[in-house]
Design a protein around this ligand. Structure first.
Ligand SMILES: *Cc1c(COP(=O)(O)O)cnc(C)c1O
Length: 413
């Protein structure tokens, strides 16, 4: 396997050292093959909102497995799943299940192009929407970590249809739309950015996004990360914006491979077999993945889950800020819902340029010290940390104690 891994950031290349090999996970904890137990802030890069191996989710998957792994035919569980998603995301009038966030974004863009008859799309620097060709342009985390703005192997003919703009720059978005609006099929955005670290949108930026429809372009919220993380109803609920199309993934699969794209019925009716925009999947709506997702969504009906993760996240962010201040390090810790990032740098992080100004050398040292203290953080300073409902005061205390030591060591170096 290239780098010994099946997804690049897992290889620890940008922070140094070898990644622990994980044997099992339960609640807020990971156990590696040597028996070390870590407090986990990766949560499988987002999905584990309820904590790992939640009993009810595991039971649902086991029950589904005994009835057959895949049929390639419709099931009642998919209908139930669709209804459960729709209850929390009323903007999704009709949806299609896929197997990853990448697929969801790729399909949503094809649909937007099919609906509008236009080719160009707009994305924002530092936002990641999966690894399909047209979206690997200035795509944040994985690529940023390796210092590559774009991937090799993407034809220039494909990349030229992707127009990129700085995040949180409403004037730039307005200017582009005034000039090129007539040929733009869609604007796709992480409504809270999570793939250049956690970066919050300004009100003016959100308002400018809401306006793209006046140019006939579709607004696509990629909520693969922010769905159920920023709020139960995602960023669209938190900020009261109704996108035309929404992409979901991560949390809705409960740890199994699931993605969803959906939105206005008039657009979704253009998807095959109702309409001329093709999209399919052998394992789409897979019974195990659907069971895990459905069990997860049922547990997420509880308000207590969201109150808890938000309070835990705020306590961590504030505690880290205080520990860094005590150590004499300038940091900024943007956080919302159950996600946060510790940026090494005193200035606000509002876009990819300001994210890149942060000190990734100090981050690498901090990461190593935290792993040594059995706190498992994402192996890139351009990622968000994720908190689960299984994280509580014990884990917060452990984490902040380890961080105080690590941050002091970083300050001395
Ligand atoms: C993770 C992510 C994706 C890609 O999802 P995969 O399941 O890894 O293909 C797309 N968009 C956003 C915002 C993500 O965070």
């Amino acid at each position: 396997m290239p780098g010994g891994v099946n997804s690049p950031v897992r290889a620890f290349r940008s922070v140094g050292g070898d990644p622990p090999f994980i044997a099992s996970a339960k609640g807020a904890y990971l156990t590696d093959v040597d028996g070390h137990v870590y407090v986990d802030y990766v949560g499988s890069w987002g999905p584990a909102l309820l904590g790992h191996a939640h009993e009810e989710v595991v039971a649902a998957v086991c029950a589904a497995a005994t009835k057959g792994m895949s049929f390639g035919a419709p099931t009642a569980a998919e209908v139930e799943f669709a209804a459960a998603v729709q209850r929390f995301y009323p903007s999704i009038e009709m949806l299609r299940m896929v197997s990853s966030g990448t697929e969801a974004c790729m399909a949503a863009l094809r649909l937007a192009r099919g609906v509008t008859g236009r080719d160009a799309i707009v994305k924002f620097e530092g936002c990641y929407h999966g690894h399909s060709d047209g979206l690997l342009v200035k795509a944040g985390s994985g690529l940023a970590t390796f210092g590559e703005p774009d991937s090799k192997g993407v034809p220039a003919d494909v990349a030229r249809h992707t127009l990129t703009l700085p995040y949180n720059d409403p004037a730039a978005l307005k200017a582009l739309l005034d000039l090129e609006g007539h040929r733009i099929a869609a604007v796709i955005v992480e409504p809270v950015a999570g793939n250049m670290g956690c970066v919050l949108p300004t009100e003016a930026f959100l308002a400018a996004l809401d306006d793209v429809r006046t140019h006939g372009a579709l607004l696509i919220f990629d909520e693969v990360m922010t769905g159920f993380r920023v709020a139960r109803g995602g960023a669209q609920a938190r900020f009261s914006i109704t996108p035309d199309l929404t992409c979901l993934g991560k949390v809705i699969g409960g740890g199994l491979p699931v993605g969803v794209y959906g939105g206005k019925a008039e657009y979704m009716r253009q998807v095959s077999p109702l309409g001329p925009v093709y999209q399919a999947g052998t394992l789409s709506g897979n019974p195990l993945a659907t069971a895990a997702g459905l069990a997860t969504l049922k547990l997420l009906e509880s308000d207590a889950v969201f109150e808890k993760v938000e309070a835990t996240t705020a306590a961590l962010a504030e505690g880290l800020e205080r520990a860094a201040f005590d150590a004499g390090l300038a940091v900024t810790v943007p956080h919302i819902g159950s996600m946060f990032t510790l940026f090494f740098g005193g200035r606000p992080v509002t876009d990819f340029t300001s994210a890149r100004r942060c000190d990734m050398g100090v981050f690498a040292k901090y990461h190593r010290l935290m792993i040594d203290a059995f706190i498992y953080l994402p192996a890139s300073g351009y990622e968000a940390c994720f908190v689960s409902a299984a994280h509580g005061q014990t884990e917060v205390d452990k984490t902040l104690a380890a961080a105080a030591v690590a941050l002091r060591a970083c300050a001395e170096a």
